[in-house]
Design a binder for this molecule. Sequence first.
Ligand SMILES: *[C@@H]1O[C@H](CO)[C@@H](O)[C@H](O)[C@H]1NC(C)=O
Ligand SMILES: *[C@@H]1O[C@H](CO)[C@@H](O)[C@H](O)[C@H]1NC(C)=O
Length: 218
Amino acid sequence: MVVNTLAYIALLAVAFSLASASDPSPLQDFCVAVNDTNAAVFVNGQFCQDPKLATPNDFSFSGLRLPGNTSNQLGSMVTPATVAQIPGLNTLGISLARIDYAPYGLVPPHTHPRATEILTVLEGTLYVGFVTSDPDNRLISMVLYKGDVFVFPQGLIHFQLNVGTTNAVSISSLSSQNPGVITIASAVFGSKPAISVDVLTKAFQLDKDVVANLQSKF
Ligand SMILES: *[C@@H]1O[C@H](CO)[C@@H](O)[C@H](O)[C@H]1NC(C)=O
Ligand SMILES: *[C@@H]1O[C@H](CO)[C@@H](O)[C@H](O)[C@H]1NC(C)=O
Protein backbone atom coordinates (compact mmCIF):
# COMPACT_ATOMS: atom_id res chain seq x y z
CA MET A 1 0.00 0.00 0.00
CA VAL A 2 2.75 2.42 1.05
CA VAL A 3 4.82 1.30 -1.94
CA ASN A 4 1.85 1.86 -4.25
CA THR A 5 1.29 5.34 -2.85
CA LEU A 6 4.97 6.21 -3.25
CA ALA A 7 4.95 4.89 -6.83
CA TYR A 8 1.85 6.98 -7.53
CA ILE A 9 3.48 10.15 -6.09
CA ALA A 10 6.63 9.47 -8.15
CA LEU A 11 4.48 9.08 -11.28
CA LEU A 12 2.69 12.38 -10.53
CA ALA A 13 6.04 14.12 -10.03
CA VAL A 14 7.22 12.86 -13.44
CA ALA A 15 3.94 13.93 -15.06
CA PHE A 16 4.17 17.45 -13.58
CA SER A 17 7.83 17.87 -14.52
CA LEU A 18 6.99 16.88 -18.12
CA ALA A 19 3.98 19.20 -18.19
CA SER A 20 6.11 22.17 -17.12
CA ALA A 21 9.02 21.39 -19.47
CA SER A 22 10.83 24.49 -20.72
CA ASP A 23 14.27 25.47 -22.00
CA PRO A 24 16.89 23.49 -20.01
CA SER A 25 19.13 25.18 -17.46
CA PRO A 26 22.52 25.87 -19.09
CA LEU A 27 24.91 23.82 -16.81
CA GLN A 28 27.83 26.05 -17.96
CA ASP A 29 28.53 29.78 -18.40
CA PHE A 30 27.44 29.70 -22.05
CA CYS A 31 27.22 27.40 -25.06
CA VAL A 32 27.75 29.40 -28.27
CA ALA A 33 25.92 27.42 -30.99
CA VAL A 34 28.04 26.05 -33.86
CA ASN A 35 27.41 23.85 -36.87
CA ASP A 36 31.03 22.74 -37.35
CA THR A 37 31.25 19.72 -35.05
CA ASN A 38 35.07 19.66 -35.43
CA ALA A 39 35.23 22.96 -33.48
CA ALA A 40 32.63 21.81 -30.96
CA VAL A 41 32.22 20.23 -27.55
CA PHE A 42 29.07 18.30 -26.72
CA VAL A 43 27.35 19.84 -23.67
CA ASN A 44 23.84 19.55 -22.31
CA GLY A 45 22.47 17.91 -25.45
CA GLN A 46 23.76 20.60 -27.82
CA PHE A 47 26.89 21.19 -29.83
CA CYS A 48 28.64 24.19 -28.31
CA GLN A 49 31.62 26.10 -29.59
CA ASP A 50 34.79 25.57 -27.56
CA PRO A 51 34.31 28.35 -24.94
CA LYS A 52 37.93 29.50 -25.49
CA LEU A 53 36.95 30.55 -29.04
CA ALA A 54 34.05 32.81 -27.94
CA THR A 55 34.13 36.42 -29.17
CA PRO A 56 31.95 39.47 -28.39
CA ASN A 57 30.20 38.97 -31.74
CA ASP A 58 28.80 35.64 -30.48
CA PHE A 59 26.80 37.67 -27.94
CA SER A 60 25.92 40.69 -30.05
CA PHE A 61 23.48 41.75 -32.81
CA SER A 62 23.09 45.13 -34.54
CA GLY A 63 19.94 44.20 -36.45
CA LEU A 64 17.60 46.14 -34.14
CA ARG A 65 19.25 49.52 -34.89
CA LEU A 66 17.12 50.16 -37.97
CA PRO A 67 13.30 50.22 -38.22
CA GLY A 68 11.71 47.19 -39.89
CA ASN A 69 9.99 47.76 -43.25
CA THR A 70 6.25 48.08 -42.56
CA SER A 71 5.23 48.45 -46.25
CA ASN A 72 3.18 45.26 -46.27
CA GLN A 73 -0.45 44.09 -45.95
CA LEU A 74 -0.42 44.27 -42.12
CA GLY A 75 1.64 47.44 -41.69
CA SER A 76 4.00 45.82 -39.16
CA MET A 77 7.41 44.14 -39.10
CA VAL A 78 8.94 41.89 -36.45
CA THR A 79 12.76 41.79 -36.33
CA PRO A 80 13.79 38.85 -34.13
CA ALA A 81 16.95 38.53 -32.02
CA THR A 82 16.86 34.84 -31.12
CA VAL A 83 19.52 32.11 -31.09
CA ALA A 84 19.32 32.19 -34.91
CA GLN A 85 20.76 35.73 -34.87
CA ILE A 86 22.83 35.50 -31.63
CA PRO A 87 24.52 32.07 -31.28
CA GLY A 88 25.60 32.96 -27.71
CA LEU A 89 21.93 32.75 -26.61
CA ASN A 90 22.07 28.96 -26.99
CA THR A 91 20.75 27.22 -23.79
CA LEU A 92 20.13 30.57 -22.02
CA GLY A 93 16.32 30.60 -22.31
CA ILE A 94 15.83 34.21 -23.43
CA SER A 95 15.45 36.28 -26.62
CA LEU A 96 14.23 39.61 -27.95
CA ALA A 97 12.35 41.18 -30.87
CA ARG A 98 11.88 44.70 -32.22
CA ILE A 99 8.43 45.42 -33.68
CA ASP A 100 7.70 48.39 -35.95
CA TYR A 101 4.15 49.49 -36.74
CA ALA A 102 2.90 51.91 -39.39
CA PRO A 103 -0.19 53.93 -38.32
CA TYR A 104 -2.95 51.29 -37.75
CA GLY A 105 -0.35 48.55 -38.32
CA LEU A 106 -1.27 45.15 -36.84
CA VAL A 107 0.58 42.14 -35.44
CA PRO A 108 -2.27 39.65 -36.02
CA PRO A 109 -3.46 37.05 -33.48
CA HIS A 110 -0.63 34.56 -32.85
CA THR A 111 0.95 32.46 -30.08
CA HIS A 112 4.47 31.55 -28.98
CA PRO A 113 4.45 27.83 -28.13
CA ARG A 114 7.62 28.04 -26.00
CA ALA A 115 7.66 31.51 -24.37
CA THR A 116 6.01 34.13 -22.24
CA GLU A 117 6.45 37.60 -23.76
CA ILE A 118 6.88 40.95 -21.98
CA LEU A 119 6.45 43.96 -24.29
CA THR A 120 7.60 47.57 -23.76
CA VAL A 121 6.29 50.45 -25.90
CA LEU A 122 9.18 52.69 -27.05
CA GLU A 123 7.08 54.97 -29.29
CA GLY A 124 3.38 55.31 -30.10
CA THR A 125 0.11 53.90 -28.78
CA LEU A 126 -0.79 50.19 -28.96
CA TYR A 127 -4.04 48.33 -28.32
CA VAL A 128 -2.88 44.90 -27.09
CA GLY A 129 -4.57 41.83 -25.68
CA PHE A 130 -4.64 38.09 -25.13
CA VAL A 131 -7.43 35.52 -24.75
CA THR A 132 -7.54 32.95 -21.94
CA SER A 133 -7.94 29.25 -22.73
CA ASP A 134 -11.26 27.31 -22.98
CA PRO A 135 -13.91 27.42 -21.70
CA ASP A 136 -13.74 31.09 -20.59
CA ASN A 137 -11.95 32.61 -23.63
CA ARG A 138 -11.79 35.89 -21.73
CA LEU A 139 -10.18 38.83 -23.55
CA ILE A 140 -7.65 40.70 -21.40
CA SER A 141 -6.74 43.88 -23.28
CA MET A 142 -5.80 47.53 -22.86
CA VAL A 143 -4.28 50.54 -24.60
CA LEU A 144 -0.55 51.11 -23.93
CA TYR A 145 1.37 54.37 -24.18
CA LYS A 146 5.09 55.10 -24.48
CA GLY A 147 6.96 53.39 -21.63
CA ASP A 148 4.12 51.00 -20.73
CA VAL A 149 4.69 47.26 -20.35
CA PHE A 150 2.35 44.30 -20.98
CA VAL A 151 2.69 40.52 -20.52
CA PHE A 152 1.44 37.81 -22.90
CA PRO A 153 1.45 34.49 -20.97
CA GLN A 154 3.04 31.49 -22.70
CA GLY A 155 0.95 29.82 -25.39
CA LEU A 156 -2.01 32.24 -25.27
CA ILE A 157 -3.32 33.94 -28.46
CA HIS A 158 -2.42 37.66 -28.50
CA PHE A 159 -2.23 40.70 -30.83
CA GLN A 160 -0.96 44.29 -31.05
CA LEU A 161 -2.60 47.12 -33.04
CA ASN A 162 -1.16 50.61 -33.49
CA VAL A 163 -4.17 52.81 -32.70
CA GLY A 164 -2.18 56.05 -33.11
CA THR A 165 -1.72 58.18 -36.21
CA THR A 166 2.11 57.96 -36.02
CA ASN A 167 4.57 55.08 -36.31
CA ALA A 168 4.96 52.92 -33.20
CA VAL A 169 7.88 50.80 -31.93
CA SER A 170 7.97 48.13 -29.23
CA ILE A 171 10.57 45.73 -27.85
CA SER A 172 9.52 42.27 -26.67
CA SER A 173 11.53 39.98 -24.40
CA LEU A 174 10.69 36.28 -24.61
CA SER A 175 11.47 33.46 -22.18
CA SER A 176 13.02 31.12 -24.76
CA GLN A 177 16.07 31.23 -27.02
CA ASN A 178 13.71 30.06 -29.79
CA PRO A 179 10.13 31.07 -28.82
CA GLY A 180 8.48 29.99 -32.10
CA VAL A 181 5.40 31.67 -33.55
CA ILE A 182 2.05 30.32 -34.77
CA THR A 183 0.04 32.94 -36.68
CA ILE A 184 -3.54 31.74 -36.34
CA ALA A 185 -4.90 32.79 -39.75
CA SER A 186 -1.95 31.45 -41.74
CA ALA A 187 -1.77 28.19 -39.76
CA VAL A 188 -5.50 27.47 -40.19
CA PHE A 189 -6.22 28.90 -43.67
CA GLY A 190 -2.72 28.80 -45.16
CA SER A 191 -1.43 25.34 -44.22
CA LYS A 192 0.46 23.38 -46.91
CA PRO A 193 -1.23 21.22 -48.00
CA ALA A 194 -4.58 22.89 -47.19
CA ILE A 195 -6.82 21.57 -44.41
CA SER A 196 -9.97 19.99 -45.93
CA VAL A 197 -12.74 22.54 -46.61
CA ASP A 198 -15.09 20.15 -44.75
CA VAL A 199 -13.06 20.70 -41.58
CA LEU A 200 -12.93 24.48 -41.91
CA THR A 201 -16.60 25.04 -42.91
CA LYS A 202 -17.76 23.03 -39.90
CA ALA A 203 -15.18 24.38 -37.43
CA PHE A 204 -15.80 28.04 -38.25
CA GLN A 205 -19.47 27.71 -39.36
CA LEU A 206 -18.69 29.34 -42.71
CA ASP A 207 -19.87 28.71 -46.27
CA LYS A 208 -17.50 26.86 -48.59
CA ASP A 209 -16.90 29.93 -50.75
CA VAL A 210 -15.91 32.01 -47.71
CA VAL A 211 -13.45 29.29 -46.68
CA ALA A 212 -12.06 29.13 -50.25
CA ASN A 213 -11.68 32.94 -50.22
CA LEU A 214 -9.82 32.86 -46.88
CA GLN A 215 -7.60 30.01 -48.10
CA SER A 216 -6.69 32.02 -51.21
CA LYS A 217 -5.59 34.96 -49.02
CA PHE A 218 -3.29 32.97 -46.73
C1 LIG B 1 23.96 26.70 -38.93
O1 LIG B 1 23.48 26.34 -40.21
C2 LIG B 1 22.20 26.88 -40.51
C3 LIG B 1 21.75 26.30 -41.85
O2 LIG B 1 22.78 26.37 -42.80
C4 LIG B 1 22.29 28.41 -40.52
O3 LIG B 1 21.03 28.97 -40.82
C5 LIG B 1 22.76 28.87 -39.14
O4 LIG B 1 22.92 30.28 -39.14
C6 LIG B 1 24.06 28.20 -38.76
N1 LIG B 1 24.36 28.56 -37.37
C7 LIG B 1 25.57 28.88 -36.97
C8 LIG B 1 25.71 29.21 -35.54
O5 LIG B 1 26.56 28.91 -37.71
C1 LIG C 1 9.91 48.05 -48.16
O1 LIG C 1 9.18 47.00 -48.73
C2 LIG C 1 8.52 47.37 -49.94
C3 LIG C 1 7.61 46.19 -50.34
O2 LIG C 1 8.31 44.97 -50.33
C4 LIG C 1 9.58 47.70 -51.00
O3 LIG C 1 8.93 48.08 -52.20
C5 LIG C 1 10.44 48.86 -50.48
O4 LIG C 1 11.49 49.10 -51.38
C6 LIG C 1 11.02 48.51 -49.11
N1 LIG C 1 11.67 49.69 -48.56
C7 LIG C 1 12.90 49.67 -48.08
C8 LIG C 1 13.43 50.94 -47.52
O5 LIG C 1 13.59 48.66 -48.08
